[in-house]
Design a protein around this ligand. Sequence first.
Ligand code: PLP
Length: 494
Amino acid sequence: MTLVYQSTRDENNKVTASQAILQGLATDGGLFTPLTTPQVDLDFDQLKDASYQEVAKLVLSAFLDDFTEEELDYCINNAYDSKFDTPVIAPVVKLGNQYNLELFHGSTIAFKDMALSILPYLLTTSAKKQGVDNKIVILTATSGDTGKAAMAGFADVPGTEIIVFYPKDGVSKIQELQMTTQVGDNTHVIAIDGNFDDAQTDVKRMFNDEDLRAKLLANKTQFSSANSMNVGRLVPQVVYYVYAYAQLVKSGDIQNGDKVNFTVPTGNFGNILAAYYAKAIGVPVGKLICASNENNVLTDFFTTGTYDKKRDFKVTTSPSMDILVSSNLERLIFHLLGNSAAKTKELMESLASAGEYTLTDADQDILNLFAAGFATEEETAAEIKRVYDQSNYIEDPHTAVASAVYTSYAERTGDNTPTVIASTASPYKFPRVAVAAVTGKDSGDDFKAVEELHELSGVAIPAAVNGLETAEVRHKTVVATADMQKAVEDYLGL
Ligand SMILES: *Cc1c(COP(=O)(O)O)cnc(C)c1O
């Protein structure tokens, strides 16, 4: 029996894992979601000695059960290799009462590397399995981080090209250099003289342009997307929750069977949803603590049952969590409503038309599993300082949001269950914010802040940042927004 993935908005739209990965989003606008919980034999007395790759194989073979063993080995071994700066891939660091699960040891020093380093292999393998031998072209608009992480994942992967558009004046100096120095003959970076919305709008238009699609097919190419709703990004994120639990058993910090909490700094709800699936397959979880910044839609949702996006968008120091519509929440809603596509569709249509929905008849057991909170900008900076003073360790602002929410949750509830904090970025990705929180002074410049951060923390400057100032700039194309499609056709030789 293969695991069935169904669209959250149409009960007749059912596919296998590899079909879900190749399609990305369902054409009805829904998200492909597993209908049942796969059986996984989680024996932590054995798993405590397993490598990250071995845990990945166990979890992926359960969720992606139409892949062969050889196919999974190929994907896992190409993804989790020396691109990561530690063979452990995702280390667990004990800080006082909490355990920081460091998900930032990949090429772009943020947690998206955990999934984007394997997605290209899952995608090309899925295409082969479905008898598609077109070249896969990833087309994406980025406001800075996702585009870089996607490029790092797709660089030099056979059978793929990746084209990234970014707003010329809309990204930081470090972000721009990270993109324009990207290596790999199949990577293409283009600055546009518009903003992020202009880039995003025209990318969406190209995806839906029938003439362009026909032109691509005539050249044996097709577009695909690497966005966070793809099953090929969700499933690899389950792995590190299982791995973290095994590491805590190994270190003796917990006994096999003890409960742990996971606190996750949340934006699009992908990372914490993966923790939910980790619990579903048998990791002993007490609470899943959903941490938000001042864009606290999810805190309100978990405390009132109403999701209301009609509020001001706040720009914060944890930009990857500045989101008002958390797309992956739709999958949890689907499960909360007993896997009902009809009910889920109704709520999502209400969100689109009225800007809100209220949950009734939700599964109370699932709701009780979650706790939620948010941290203000001041609380986030204070948490970076508190953790530094206590442990000589500097958290990035996203991790600090989670850390602050957990600290106040523990005080409020008295819950002293060992708690893992999903640590989603290296402080070197946000050096000015991190340094200012500790010293109270702005460094004035990203690269100067990197030096100061190094002095304060003693942590080696990662390769992703080191040498960026002097690396060769390989991508220099700038186009007008109106010429984006022409640039794509030029690159692909159409
Ligand atoms: C993307 C991101 C998040 C949010 O993760 P979601 O899966 O979207 O909830 C948190 N922190 C960092 C650093 C990120 O890049």
